[in-house]
Structures are given as structure tokens and as C-alpha cells.
Design a protein around this ligand. Sequence first.
Ligand SMILES: N[C@@H](CCC(=O)N[C@@H](CS)C(=O)NCC(=O)O)C(=O)O
Length: 223
Amino acid sequence: MDSLALYQFSTSPFCAKVRKILDFKGVEYRVVEVDYLERGELLAASGQIMVPALTLATGETIVDSDRIAARLDELYPTPTIFPPEWRGIHLALARYFDTELEDALFRAAIPDEIAYYARQGRDQEAFFRLIRERKYGAGFCDDAILRHGEFMAAAHARMRPFEDALRDRAFLLGRIGYADFALYGQLNYLAIAGELKIPAEMERLRAFYGRIDRIYATLDPNA
Ligand SMILES: N[C@@H](CCC(=O)N[C@@H](CS)C(=O)NCC(=O)O)C(=O)O
């Protein structure tokens, strides 16, 4: 049986979420890092150009992190990411992270994401800017660089309730589940530069991020 293949951009919060769910379930997979400019293999596998896309052992490829997560939980039910009775709450919280929190963190991370793509090449950076500016308007990226402090403060305000909620628990709803993986994925925006930029005073969120980040290490015999 072929191992699974995860098509990803390593900076993508939705891909980080799926990676950690696979790690949590102990499922073997290979990562296909998709070049921002050259998406032919992704297109051939999935019929579209967005990540994450996951090719299953059957050869079927699914897209969209919510759909991938639901399918993985059916195929590999233990350990579950949807604790009994809590599925709806996990999905609702994850929806908040993947929309409202994503919007704030994505803006705050623009300088780091541009620097990341600039390291891949000038064409990659230019294409990244083009895609963003087509969606958000001309000058969006340079404006986000200028307003970085303001955007970071707005992101911190959206993170604060979750820092508070982790006061006496390791995971958001007690037992680990889908919402935790979604929050981890979005916090990944603050790790694009290679250092963790969750502010030092949000020590519970920093510990939470590390707790989920290390799931891989505990499963990898070579780690
Ligand atoms: N709702 C989708 C969102 C996926 C998404 O927005 N993917 C982004 C990367 S984070 C993408 O592929 N964007 C295409 C591009 O930047 O050209 C999911 O949950 O998987």
C-alpha cells in the first residue's frame, strides 16, 4: 500500500493543521512541498491548485482541511480528533480559527511570508504578492509591512481569549481535539521566520504550540 501524500506549502496554516492530525494518528505520509509557481503535480493529483491536498492510499485525493480531517477520522478513528459529544463545538471553534483568527494572523505575518518567498526566488515573491494584491487590492503587501505593528496588535487581541482559556488545561476543551489542531495551524503563521513569535507574555499559548508541535517527535523513532 502506498503511503499517503500531503501536498503543502510549508507556510500554510491549513497544511500545518493536517500535518499534525496525521502525526497525532500515527499515519505514515510523505510531504510534497508545492512550488508556488509550479503546481503541475498538485493539479494533476487534485484537479485544482490550492493546498492542502491529501492523496489517500487508494489513490483518491481530497482537498480542504475540514474535509481531509473528517475523512482521516473515519479512516483512522483511533485516536479520534472528535471526542464524543464535542464534535460540533470543535468544528465551530475551528471555523473561528480558520476565518477570524486567520485573517488577523495572515496580515500580521505578511512581512515574514514575503521574506520566506523572497528566499525561494524573486519570481516566487512576485507571484505571492500578485495573488494577494489581486485579492486584497493594489499596495496590500507594502501597506501590511508598514502597518505591521498595528496588525500584530490586532492578532494578539484575537489570541488573548485562548491564552486565558488555557489557564488550567493543556488543550482548549480539556481533551485534545480538532479545534486544538486548527489553533496550532494558525499559530504557525508566527513560526514562519524560524523563531516562535508568540509573545513571551502569552506563555500558555507558547506551551500549547510546543505541546502540539512535539507530537511528531514522540512518534518519530529517529527524532
Ligand atoms: N478552506 C481551505 C483553505 C485552503 C487555503 O486557503 N489554502 C491556501 C494556502 S494557506 C492556498 O492554497 N492558496 C493558494 C495561493 O496562495 O495561491 C482549507 O481549509 O484547506
